[in-house]
Design a protein around this ligand. Sequence first.
Ligand code: AMP
Length: 361
Amino acid sequence: MQALELGATIGILGDGQLGRMLSQAASRLGFKVVIFGPDAESPAAQVSLTSKVAAYTDEIVLARLAERCDVITFEFENVPAASLDFLSSLGATVAPSSRALRMTQDRVLEKRFARDHGIETVDFRAVDSLDDLKAAVADLGLPSLLKTRREGYDGKGQVWIKSVGDLEAAFDTLHGRPAILEAKANFAREISVVAARNWDGAVSTFPIGENHHVGGILSTTLAPAQIGNDSVGQAHVIARKVLEGLDYVGVLAVELFVLNDGRLLLNEIAPRVHNSGHWTQDGCLCDQFEQHIRAVAGWPLGDTTARCTVEMTNLLGADILDWERLSAEARARLYVYGKDFSPKDGPRPGRKMGHINRIKT
Ligand code: AMP
């Protein structure tokens, strides 16, 4: 693709904090941004040229977006892949592709893709019925983790099965949605690799982040992770295989489990910028948001060398109410997403309201 000219317009499907930070990176490089999402005052709409408030399937509004934008991307993997196909059918340039989105929206397709490309995953079985679940538990053993195939995030749509007596109750939580049963990974640590590929096929990986989750939600990322060179090398090879296998354009994140013997298992691919890459805003010359904009805009990829060690901490729910103290911290940068909350009840527990990057070295 020809590099986008200064002043070109980038469309972003999705209007949350990732769209907000993508939009800020795009405007710094001289692009205009149109946000497409359900909320007129969303975190992303607040900082963008304009926003289109509509359902992701609204073809009239999608057609206006296609006409207006030089390239269209997304910040949210639950955008319907058919909407990307529709935009492409109108001649819009879309990145990442609908194929990449389809493959990574579904935990079963994603793991099959990984295995087909020589990347190890936990053992898993697709589950569409209670009988499937019983057979899967017999194969994989207990404890094991039942997840919806699609639309789960931050530990939502997941239930641990610890004994055969839990089977039916666990199955009922699916409400008929297709699911996957995963064997328990006995991991020593969780890491992620954020990486990018551009239209020319150039690949660039960021240093690895080590992630700590609390209650299924990312709490902190420490990066560059203090792990051996062998794991770093393996993680970068996996990221490259994923990017090339999907013929991907843009930034993605690969979440990995590190086992005690040093082997890496792929947990999940996020076809977008990722919470575990927020540390790059202060840790790297070019952060993940700028990198994504560069990739989809046909610009050269930026320098991802780490400048320092950063600990990123998510500000979840009421944590954000502490903003005054956080804003006074030395060697730290505060990022606030501009999400409304009721003064009486405060932000919903667990809701991602902002993050803070603390410089460690
Ligand atoms: P996910 O939404 O799949 O990223 O899962 C959220 C978190 O649950 C992960 O970061 C892990 O801490 C944990 N988890 C997910 N899948 C497994 C598994 N198969 N075995 C052990 N822990 C898991």
